[in-house]
Ligand binder design. Structure first.
Ligand SMILES: O=C1O[C@H](COP(=O)(O)O)[C@@H](O)[C@H](O)[C@H]1O
Length: 245
């Protein structure tokens, strides 16, 4: 695990953009494409804007990129609460990626079990596997109570082993969501956590330096068996870490 601390969101976002460009280029050289899962929330907005601008945008061959979301709110895709909507506005509408390589979560469908299964099927088709797809990079955030994707403390989703994607009802609005499950997160080659702000300092300390209690702090569940985990923090989020990197 690699932990890096930056003075502010701006510098952190530039570092994150460089990291994504590096993994994208390596993935394209080694196996011909780059599979990326995005998060939602506010933290990655700056990063997504940077990826759509120079010097980053022209360093990635967007014809070889496949985009998914690690969680989505069950709202219409044009709602300001939609993770897809945010990424589309600041990032995807501005890069030359073929539309059929943007895999929006069908979280607005009434039957959420069927929507989760359909998203898992779409993912398996793209990856050409019947097993657990191995994303090149899953970018995640973390909430002040330690949730990541839409895996929240003490929920059954933390123990899901069969499904790749599942519906959940969470204590943060909007409550209805679809989320990647632990086996899918833990198959990734690279995980990139972006966490900023003083309201997350306690969760950051507990997740990175506390006892292993993933039911309490779901972000601790993310431990890919063959992948690399990078945490990018700002100084406010890292303030309670005892071991500064
Ligand atoms: O609800 C969500 O929150 C987390 C954290 O968001 P942030 O704005 O505090 O970084 C996010 O990673 C997740 O995708 C989103 O649905």
């Amino acid at each position: 695990m690699h932990i890096a601390i930056y003075p502010d969101t701006n510098i952190l976002s530039h570092e994150a953009a460089q990291h994504i460009v590096r993994v994208a280029q390596e993935s394209i050289v080694t196996h011909g494409r780059f599979t990326l899962a995005l998060s939602g929330g506010n933290t990655p907005k700056k990063l997504y804007g940077l990826l759509a601008s120079e010097p980053y945008v022209s360093q990635i061959d967007w014809n070889l990129v496949e985009i998914f979301w690690s969680d989505e709110r069950c709202v219409s895709p044009d709602s300001p609460d939609s993770n897809y909507h945010m990424a589309q506005e600041v990032f995807l509408s501005k890069v030359p990626i073929p539309a059929n390589q943007i895999h929006r979560t069908p979280a607005d469908e009434a039957d959420r079990d069927a929507a989760s299964e359909a998203y898992a099927r779409e993912m398996r088709n793209v990856f050409g596997t019947n097993g657990v797809p191995k994303f090149d990079l899953i970018q995640l955030g973390m909430g002040p109570e330690g949730h990541t994707a839409s895996l929240f403390p003490h929920q059954a989703s933390l123990h899901e082993q069969q499904r790749l994607v599942m519906p959940v009802s969470v204590p943060k609005p909007p409550p209805a969501r679809l989320t990647f499950t632990p086996p899918l997160l833990n198959a990734a080659a690279h995980i990139l956590f972006l966490v900023t702000g003083a309201d997350k300092e306690e969760a950051v300390q507990a997740v990175l330096e506390g006892d292993h209690q993933p039911d309490e702090y779901p972000a601790q569940i993310v431990q890919p068996s063959q992948g690399e985990v990078t945490w990018m923090l700002d100084t406010a989020a890292a303030a309670k870490l005892k071991k500064r990197q």
